[in-house]
Unconditional design. Structure first.
Length: 300
């Protein structure tokens, strides 16, 4: 229902009303072949998130608009987009937090190939996920149970909050600005997954060489841009990437660790190829393919 601003009734005249405040969304429309930004102006109802306005535009003005969403509760990660140039979830970005006096730009994530309009191809990320071996626990205690301290539970529980919105992947300049890095670089979301497994006290698989040689953790220069855009407030850089880098360096370059392995006769780090053979991608011989991207225009 339209919202009207009621004005005073002049003497001897009828009541008048002024139009309600409007908001303009500048949406990117197009596909892998190219496209452009188009402006859509709708009434500003108040109390909405960006996804609400996009849905109203889809219902009233652009029924062919393609947009991906699911839960509308910030837990599925489907509605990722760039709002005024910043990667965000449309369902968690309130219109009241934006300057509605100017057009609000909504564009697809630049780190992924565009399918159509605001929908991008995220298949690269699922291909990377298939290159990481799963949880490998050791044998249980004599009573058949597994035990771990609460501090260890808390440490890895943070990483389980990831909703795979891939905003961190999108903003990571190692793959955003250098497309040729994709086959050799997993990205922050999957370094979180590696840390979740590697720091788990019950896991027995050594993924350090895999992280260095196959997943390119050494290419990350810890700018913390991934942490800044995480909607779940996961401390990606400090709690996942840096500890994984430290473990890789200890395994490869620490002379004290090398001497300790020699004296105590402990095994060297597991070769990357051996660990990679345990993954779904390793068993099927999959390779990462690079799809061409068509970055939309607009703010960087």
């Amino acid at each position: 229902m339209a919202t009207l601003v009621q004005e005073a009734v002049p003497a001897g005249g009828a009541a008048t009303s002024s139009p309600a405040e409007t908001v303009t969304l500048r949406l990117w429309r197009g596909d892998a072949r190219g496209g452009e930004f188009r402006d859509y102006t709708v009434e500003n109802l108040g109390g909405e998130v960006v996804l609400d306005v996009v849905h109203r535009i889809q219902a009233e003005q652009a029924p062919d608009l393609a947009v991906r969403w699911n839960c509308k509760a910030g837990k599925c990660g489907s509605c990722s987009a760039e709002i005024n140039g910043k990667p965000r979830l449309m369902c968690m970005t309130r219109m009241s937090s934006l300057d509605v006096s100017e057009p609000i730009t909504v564009s697809p994530m630049r780190g992924n190939p565009i399918i159509r309009d605001l929908v991008t191809d995220v298949s690269y990320h699922f291909a990377v996920a298939r290159r990481i071996p799963g949880f490998h626990p050791g044998p249980p205690e004599p009573d058949g149970t597994y035990r771990m301290s609460q501090v260890d539970v808390d440490r890895v529980q943070e990483f389980r909050k990831c909703i795979e919105c891939f905003l961190c992947q999108n903003v990571c300049h190692v793959i955003r600005d250098h497309e040729d890095n994709k086959p050799a670089y997993a990205g922050p979301r999957f370094f979180v997954r590696l840390a979740e497994l590697e720091l788990h006290p019950l896991d027995t698989l050594d993924r350090r060489e895999l992280a260095a040689k196959e997943l390119g953790i050494g290419l990350c220069n810890i700018t913390k841009c991934c942490t800044e855009v995480c909607p779940e407030d996961i401390h990606i850089t400090d709690n996942a990437i840096i500890p994984m880098k430290e473990r890789v360096v200890d395994a490869r370059y620490d002379p004290i660790a090398w001497l300790g392995r020699k004296i105590l006769r402990r095994p060297a780090p597991t070769p990357a190829a051996e660990v990679a053979s345990l993954t779904p991608a390793g068993r099927s011989g999959e390779v990462i393919s690079i799809e061409p991207r068509t970055p939309p225009g607009g703010p960087a």
